[in-house]
Design a protein around this ligand. Structure first.
Ligand SMILES: [Zn+2]
Length: 488
């Protein structure tokens, strides 16, 4: 690079990015000074570690501590910091067998039996099984408080798990990438069964969850940090809302927004940071269709070839208009984690191609006739197009939006609900437009329809908090079993 290029002036935004980059470099430098790390495991014996109930559940194989048996927890009880840590960085390499559930406790205390009461559990689970209870809190989760709802690491492969506590902030990193972050507010709310999930000081413990959960841990090390480090994170500001987030997270209710967009200049990193602040996981969608994003299979293929996935978000195709199946190949479609569409773009009986959110293109005519056409369009889309989710559902254009409850008659609702139930297409509960209505959702639930949450943000500042979805969970009695997952 030439000297001239280096001396160019940077606008304010770039300066900010540079400052963050310098900070990141500095932090990185701290974390890579190998001398600072202290090993907590000699690779051969359990010296410095104490198992509680069922000590036979622990063995050492090929330099790793392996869980294999009935419930037990293995606490660090050695000399380092007299096994009482405040601020620290902890690092361990982990390998799971399929459906193995385990965890790493921090700031905890030895107890004779049971699930550890004190401190936080950083979750280990890369694949969940089936059955009445499906565990959705995946590896990287700050268990029950700020969860990661997407598995980011495969089974049977070593990955690095790093946990950092500074002041009131906890961060988890998987293979160097941040997974979850949480900063305790001054007034902490906890459900009764998680009352001990608090920062104080304490030791580390590994979890042997059950005989079917086999997990190996090796290269266990810690870097104690100074006690007076400032809290780097920001605590939740709205404590009423925080209570809802913690209640749902502790109840294993997947807080996933499957319909977000990187619009209005927001970067993927900014979107992921926003998601982490609430314990959400995102599906980030690109628009594909006439006058909406990618218009040809070639342009979409070029984008997909250059796309670098993040493990922390799903990657979705938003299909636009009814021509999309002619525009894009099956191969391109299948490179996404899932695909969705809405019924906001269609050609009516008078030959007008409408995008219902654009007044100049929308030709309502007689509202009853419009509704009959819209209902037929939705049924046709849901039953014939290869989509996973019907989004922006039941949307009505501005001039008739206030007649939603009248125009969405029982008969029309039932037609849409029946099509969804029969096709297995999920129904989005849309935060931006607060649709469908609670009545619609209740009828859909009764018919066995499955749901997703989606925001469909228009820009950088309306990613929101999924307020409508969170209200609806309560109002309509939704359970984790009512929710759709990619691959289902
Ligand atoms: Zn969208």
């Amino acid at each position: 690079m030439s000297v001239e290029k280096k001396t160019k002036t940077y606008p304010m935004k770039n300066m900010k990015i540079m400052a963050i980059a310098v900070l990141a470099l500095a932090l990185n430098a701290c974390t890579t000074v190998a001398d600072d790390w202290i090993s907590l495991f000699d690779g051969e014996t359990l010296e410095g570690w104490t198992a509680n109930e069922s000590p036979d559940s622990w063995k050492i194989e090929e330099g790793a501590i392996v869980t294999a048996g009935v419930r037990s927890h293995l606490f660090y009880s050695g000399d380092v910091m007299e096994h009482n840590f405040n601020n620290f960085e902890f690092s361990v390499d982990v390998k799971t067998q399929p459906e193995a559930n385990s965890g790493i406790y921090i700031h905890t205390k030895f107890q004779d039996e049971g699930w550890p009461y004190d401190g936080y559990e950083c979750q280990v689970l890369n694949s969940s099984g089936e059955g009445d209870y499906v565990e959705h809190k995946m590896t990287g989760s700050i268990y029950a408080i700020r969860n990661v709802w997407k598995s980011v690491t495969p089974d049977n492969e070593w990955f690095n798990y790093r946990i950092v506590v500074q002041g009131k902030t906890i961060q988890t990193f998987i293979n160097g990438e941040i997974a979850a972050e949480y900063t305790e507010p001054d007034e902490v709310y906890r459900p009764e069964s998680f009352a001990g999930r608090l920062l104080s000081t304490g030791t580390f413990a590994f979890q042997c969850h059950d005989p079917g959960s086999v997990v190996a841990y090796k290269n266990i090390k810690v870097k104690p940090l100074a006690d007076d480090l400032p809290t780097p994170g920001t605590p939740p500001a709205d404590l009423e809302f925080e209570k809802k987030i913690v209640d749902l997270s502790s109840k294993n209710f997947p807080l996933i927004d499957f319909h977000t967009h990187l619009k209005g200049g927001i970067t993927r990193e900014e979107a992921l940071a926003h998601a982490r602040s609430y314990g959400f996981t995102y599906g980030i969608a690109v628009n594909c269709g006439i006058k909406m994003g990618f218009e040809t299979d070639d342009s979409l293929t070029a984008y997909l070839d250059a796309f670098e996935p993040t493990p922390y978000a799903w990657h979705a195709m938003q299909a636009e208009g009814r021509e999309w199946l002619d525009l894009f190949s099956k191969e391109s479609r299948e490179r996404f984690d899932y695909a969705f569409t809405d019924a906001m773009t269609w050609t009516n009986s008078r030959g007008v191609r409408q995008r219902l959110w654009i007044p100049a293109e929308t030709d309502i005519g007689d509202p009853q006739d419009f509704m009959d056409q819209l209902t037929a369009q939705i049924v046709k889309i849901v039953t014939t197009e290869p989509i996973d989710i019907y989004v922006n559902p039941t949307y009505l254009p501005g001039p008739i939006a206030d007649q939603y409850d009248v125009l969405w008659t029982d008969e029309r609702i039932d037609q849409v609900v029946k099509a969804l139930a029969e096709s297995g297409v999920a129904l989005e509960i849309n935060n931006r437009n607060r649709i469908p209505s609670a009545k619609f959702i209740t009828r859909a639930k009764e018919a066995g329809v499955i749901f997703t949450f989606g925001t469909n943000n228009g820009g950088a500042n309306d990613l929101g908090r999924m307020d409508y979805a969170i209200e609806i969970i309560d109002e309509c009695g939704l359970t984790p079993q009512d929710m759709w997952f990619p691959g289902n």
